[in-house]
Design a protein around this ligand. Sequence first.
Ligand code: SF4
Length: 411
Amino acid sequence: MDTKAFKRTLQHSENYNRKGFGHQAEVTTQLQSEYQSSLIQEIRDRNYILQRGDVTIRLAQAFGFCWGVERAIAMAYETRQHFPTERIWITNEIIHNPSVNQRMQEMNIGFVPMEAGKKDFSVVETGDVVILPAFGASVQEMQILHDQGCKIVDTTCPWVSKVWNTVEKHKKVAYTSIIHGKYKHEETVATSSFAGKYLIVLNLQEAQYVADYILNGGNSASAAAKADREEFLQKFVKACSAGFDPDQDLQRVGIANQTTMLKDETEQIGKLFERTMMQKYGTIELNQHFQSFNTICDATQERQDAMLELVQEDLDFMLVIGGFNSSNTAQLQQIAAERKIPSYHIDCVERIKSANAIEHRQLNGELAIAQNWLPNGQIVVGVTSGASTPDKVVEDVMEKIFALKALVPAL
Ligand code: SF4
């Protein structure tokens, strides 16, 4: 499919909206009352530190809703106002936060159901309104909805669109897009749908494997080369474009990323491939084999930088609050884990069962219950939250800690 031409057609369609409907003032008041927190505002005003009795909270200086998420939620609320009686769907969770998605359902906005790992668009009828979430939707999904005659409200964050434009540029000059991301993540699924040839690497380790292949693997009829190639294809079977040939398709590469990955790692991966191509083809030829544009989202960068500052403090533990399928939240916890600071990733206050038990998501994705997680006596708790977490959720968690420590507010 000519994805660029399709996007142009879609954007000129009268059934397509990506700017909202002019109800900002009404929805802003509603969003403030539903998602904002006076306690958080107070902590901001106190230079991100709050002490109550034995508990000192140190809040990251950048955390919580990014503007892309706020914009997507506001557009969803506006959509409900603008189409009070129409059936409204979202192709996915609007953002990765259970309480916000719950609100969508209460507003009678449905989620396109999944059947055996595939979305069932048969529920969507002509004239229905369909919202595309902040992390976008694949071009194939957009085409299905456009062909069906739906009204499409596109809340895709402009930072994500910027990455799509980058992979389009790679495709135009027949470069393979090496995407730093998680191949199952909706944003990366969408980004790869706009790419030509692509390969998705999860981390620096996988990138190093690919770089080694570029320098030493394949490209001969020997048994060893064939085995290398088989191993490569097996390793990336779910993370590359159809018919991917590592011997042909890694000669010219460009870098792209899922916007919520660790920015340092994205940068290191970019530099690794730059060095690799320089080593293989020489400095003069580098531009014929490597392209890189900066597509790291500012909000992700700010939250990670604030977390890096926070973990310099003397903390008893870190609470990282955000949806369990939120990639940027998991990246924040990784920063704490790398520094060996006890940390708990929770998505809502209900995960705190008692002063002795907290249910949390581990870095490997599994849930676990930690016992005796809340130390006695004076404690310093670092707190941050992912880009899709409302301040209200963070407030609830802090209040619960104050309550468990059974202290009278000492402001
Ligand atoms: S984290 Fe960045 S890319 Fe993602 S929605 Fe927020 S602003 Fe946009």
